[in-house]
Design a protein around this ligand. Structure first.
Ligand code: UD1
Ligand code: UDP
Length: 362
């Protein structure tokens, strides 16, 4: 099978890390198309290096822009590529604008779309990712899901069960495959911190970054926290931090985004994690560090169910209380079902079973 795997943003790269070698070993003719949604070395190249991901066969240079500009540019470039290459199927991963663009461009050319990480729902239509997930899933011929609740979400939206494959969480496989590579890697000390005695933070969702009062509330919570805070800042967030008071004076070490392996080590060694990231909610659950998610809701409800995560409003008291609970919590939760090192193998098995073209498309 000739497969084009579309990636564009940081979490996409990580998801294809364990997948590309499994596809190659199984004899798939699989190639990466990188839209260029993320382009800084710290947001893109570092993941290809850290995870030994094959160089993209195509780099489309789409870059930043409004949602329509970015998605539209990616669709135009991908459509041209798909018409020239006529793959048997296109795989899209996650929920970013590149995911949506890949699903739209391929499905309109009647190329079956395979969605890895299908079926997650926050129920929050103010999130661009929720729109991307809903549309990508409606257009997909094969749904590869990370949790059983995702299967049920898809069935409730009218997706045939025969199209749904509960493969498990590919982010979990990546963690498991890389944890042993970072044994003894002490990144905290490089940042002047002590393992087990700092809070790791990532905040980049518009629901937080686009509301100065929420960033200020988050800053006040950090200022009230006894532990030092390490904040590798996403380029969307970085310019907003000092005016919100997220500074060294509030006990926050703001640094550039870090590579995957360093981030994994920092998550493993943190006392607790505060985030609005989807991937970090999952990874914290895998490495055994309690997580506080500063959002209105989460599509990763399974991490809350198992006891690894709690969702709190972007309000100072709620964050302080969430952090206190996390720091005091037992770390004995069970990892969710199929969050293991066999996810890529299940993806391969599902693809080998054949992708059923969507009825009525041709
Ligand atoms: C995107 C995804 C989000 C995901 C996040 C992962 C969408 C709608 N959002 O959000 O789901 O959680 O990626 O990190 O697809 N920028 C740079 N350098 C880069 C990339 C971005 O400076 O390499 C800056 C630009 O100012 C850009 C801004 O960050 O305008 C936002 O980038 P964009 O890709 O549009 O959205 P993210 O916030 O990264
Ligand atoms: N990540 C990283 N360096 C950082 C911040 C995050 O390697 O400085 C990794 C993180 O470990 C996870 C992924 O980026 O694997 C999550 O991406 P992000 O939070 O940008 O997007 P989301 O998962 O929310 O879509």
């Amino acid at each position: 099978m000739r497969l084009i795997v579309v990636v564009g943003a940081r979490p996409n790269f990580i998801k294809v890390g364990p997948l590309m070698p499994a596809l190659a070993a199984a004899g798939f003719d699989a190639h990466i198309a990188h839209t260029g949604q993320h382009y800084d070395a710290t947001m893109s190249d570092v993941f290809f290096t850290d995870l030994d991901i094959p160089e993209p066969t195509w780099f489309l240079g789409v870059g930043s822009g409004t949602h329509a500009v970015q998605t539209g540019k990616a669709m135009m470039a991908l459509e041209e590529l798909f018409m020239a290459e006529t793959p048997d199927a296109v795989m899209v991963v996650g929920d970013v604008n590149s995911t949506l663009a890949g699903a739209l461009a391929a499905s309109k050319l009647h190329i079956p779309v395979v969605h890895l990480e299908a079926g997650l729902r926050s129920g929050d239509m103010s999130m661009p990712e929720e729109i991307n997930r809903l549309v990508a899933d409606q257009l997909s011929a094969m749904h590869l899901t990370p949790a059983r609740e995702a299967d049920e979400n898809l069935v409730a939206e009218g997706v045939d069960r025969e199209r749904i494959h509960f493969v498990g969480n590919i982010m979990a496989e990546s963690v498991l495959r890389n944890l042993e590579r970072i044994e003894g890697r002490d990144v905290a000390t490089n940042h002047g911190l002590e393992a087990g005695a700092y809070v790791l933070v990532t905040i980049h969702r518009p629901e937080n970054t686009d509301h100065p009062e929420r960033l200020a509330a988050i800053a006040a919570a950090f200022a009230a926290t006894e532990l030092p805070v390490l904040f590798p800042a996403h380029p969307r967030t970085r310019p907003l931090l000092s005016s919100a008071g997220i500074t060294a004076d509030a006990g926050v070490h703001v640094v550039d985004p870090v590579g995957y392996l360093d981030m994994l080590a920092l998550q493993r060694d943190a006392a607790a994690i505060v985030t609005d990231s989807g991937g970090v909610q999952e990874e914290s659950c895998m490495v055994g560090t309690p997580c506080v998610t500063v959002r209105r809701n989460t599509e990763r409800g399974i991490t809350v169910e198992v006891g690894a995560n709690r969702v709190v409003a972007a309000e100072t008291d709620a964050i302080i209380a969430g952090l206190a609970e996390a720091l005091a919590s037992a770390r004995d939760w069970q990892r969710p079902e199929r969050w293991d090192a066999e996810v890529a193998a299940r993806v391969v098995a599902a693809l080998e079973g054949g992708v059923i073209q969507l009825d009525g498309v041709c």
